[in-house]
Design a protein around this ligand. Structure first.
Ligand code: KIV
Ligand code: ZN
Length: 525
């Protein structure tokens, strides 16, 4: 009999591609999901939750292809508490070297009301579905959704049923981010003490960050005996997000004196994957975000800078290199060659085939002609645009000239290539961006609603590139487009068009018969 809670190894379960991608607007393409999964595998994540296979054909294919390509990590798919979901999940994960089925049902009073099941009926459902999953797969995880608001006696009862039915991991989700660290620890301790068979399985902690306590709650659960932390890169996830992988991993490393647990994560890979997830999800990392924010290792004040120069430990509890941040971020200029570009991109986590490198090199040279110094962040923006500007995009920006200044109205002269054909228009607006967006809308009429328009400077200086993020909503579907350019209005046009291209993909996916996107987590039948 193994008492999991006595071991010091904490499993890292990454759900960026499932719970993270569920965040409105964070949709990733198939190739982006595969790339993130490869990076997670390389950094030593123990379990990758690759998606929710029944949710759509696209989700199914992503989970299946990640299962096929992944070398080390366990590949997990999510399924609600019904046989159809579980079978579909198994069809996708069975290709993995080490597959896992993760099935769940909401057990709190509020969640029990939704399918209208009595306590006994739900208990029976749990027994049947976990047994079914276990008949397909040796590795089964079960979650009582909203566990932290479930009555303790009932929680003990259903956890015991799931263990007896063959679950090998029991995940305890704080679905609405309601719990506090003391309670998070007490809940795991209570389950370990009261549930027969609890010492034979792994308890996982799955925290949401609605009150900003997700990291603290996850660590408290580990101290109480949980041995799997569920988390996402950059804390991506619905509402305020999930526990951030980089925070729990670095907390366990830096404070190993009081948190004597280990993970298998190569922390030097943190920065690259953080940047990739920010780029592909369209969710930029806030500047003061712990570990991966732009300012996490920046020291502005005179006192701090002085102390840092004398001894870095004065104000730094971890070294930038520990999370993969290189000392100097100045990389190259217009004389840099192809080999140097390839090497730098490899450092940043991009391995390119020759034809991809040629394409990026042309863009790099064009940027270097306009911008004296090219920084790591410029290259990352360039890489993001190279993938989003792919030839298969339905709409592309071919030409843009804007007249702006103190004399209104401002106007935009725009050529878009739509399905291979050029279309031109001149439109006016209240400012150059408004004129440009009106021009796009005149050439490609649509009813999508612009929810967010945001501009960030990629680096410093007046020749810096601007990254523009545009979030749009159409019939409940939300997408985020991004693009960078040294010209803010060009970046805006490209970001808008990027969002429209993503909407077109979403429209195709949800066309009748294409898939069952939109399945509800609450629908267990
Ligand atoms: O937050 C949650 O309860 C979940 C479950 C599906 C595990 O993500
Ligand atoms: Zn969740």
């Amino acid at each position: 009999m193994t008492d999991q809670s006595k071991q010091d190894h904490v499993l890292i379960f990454d759900t960026t591609l499932r719970d993270g991608e569920q965040s409105p607007g964070a949709t990733m393409t198939h190739d982006e999901k595969l790339e993130i999964a490869r990076m997670l595998d390389e950094m030593g994540v123990d379990i990758i939750e690759a998606g929710f296979p029944i949710a759509s054909e696209g989700d199914f294919e992503a989970v299946r292809d990640i299962a096929k390509q992944t070398e080390n990590a366990v590949i997990c798919g999510l399924a609600r508490a019904n046989f159809k979901d579980i079978d579909r999940c198994w069809e996708a994960v069975k290709h993995a070297r080490r597959p896992r089925i993760h099935t769940f049902i909401g057990t709190s009073p509020l969640h029990r009301e939704i399918p209208g099941l009595s306590k006994d009926e739900m208990a029976e459902r749990i027994h049947d579905t976990v047994t079914h999953a276990r008949n397909l797969c040796d590795n089964v995880q079960w979650s009582p959704m909203d566990a932290t608001r479930t009555e303790e006696d009932y929680l003990c009862r259903v956890v015991e049923i799931a263990i007896k039915a063959g679950a090998t991991t029991i995940n305890i989700p704080d679905t609405v981010g309601y719990t506090a660290p003391r309670e998070s620890a007490a809940l795991i301790r209570m389950l370990l003490e009261r549930v027969p068979g609890a010492d034979e399985i792994v308890f996982a902690t799955h925290c949401h960050n609605d009150l900003g306590m997700a990291t603290a709650n996850a660590l408290a659960a580990v101290e109480a005996g949980a041995r799997q932390i569920e988390c996402t890169i950059n804390g991506l996830g619905e509402r305020a997000g999930n526990t951030a992988l980089e925070e729990v991993v670095m907390a366990l490393k830096v404070r190993n004196d009081i948190l004597p647990y280990r993970t298998g994560i190569d922390t030097t890979k943190i920065m690259n994957i953080s940047r990739r997830v920010a780029a592909v999800s369209g969710f930029p990392v806030q500047y003061n975000k712990a570990i991966v924010g732009k300012n996490a290792f920046a020291h502005e004040s005179g006192i701090h800078q002085d102390g840092m120069l004398k001894n870095a430990e004065t104000f730094e509890i971890m070294r930038p290199e520990d999370v993969g941040l290189s000392e100097t971020n100045l990389v190259m200029g217009k004389h840099s060659g192809r080999a140097a570009l390839r090497a730098k991109l490899k450092d940043l986590g991009y391995e390119l085939a020759d034809n991809q490198l040629n394409d990026v090199f042309v863009r790099f040279k064009a940027l270097a002609d306009r911008k004296k110094e090219i920084f790591e962040d410029d290259l990352i923006a360039l890489m993001r645009d190279s993938t989003s500007d792919a030839e298969h995009d339905h709409i592309q920006v071919k030409f843009l000239r804007v007249i702006c200044g103190t004399e209104a109205p401002q106007s935009a002269d725009l050529i878009l290539t739509i399905e291979g054909e050029d279309h031109q228009v001149t439109a006016q607006g209240d400012g150059p961006v408004d004129a440009t967006f009106n021009a796009v809308k005149a050439l490609f009429p649509h009813n999508a609603h612009l929810q967010l328009y945001q501009v960030h400077a990629v680096t410093e200086g007046t020749d810096a590139q601007a990254t523009v993020s545009v979030r749009m909503e159409e019939n409940g579907k939300i997408v985020t487009g991004q693009a960078s350019d040294t010209d803010t209005v060009v970046a805006s046009a490209k970001a808008y068009v990027n969002a429209l291209n993503k909407l077109l993909v979403r429209r195709q996916k949800s066309a009748p018969g294409a898939d069952v996107k939109g399945v509800s987590y609450k629908d267990v039948s």
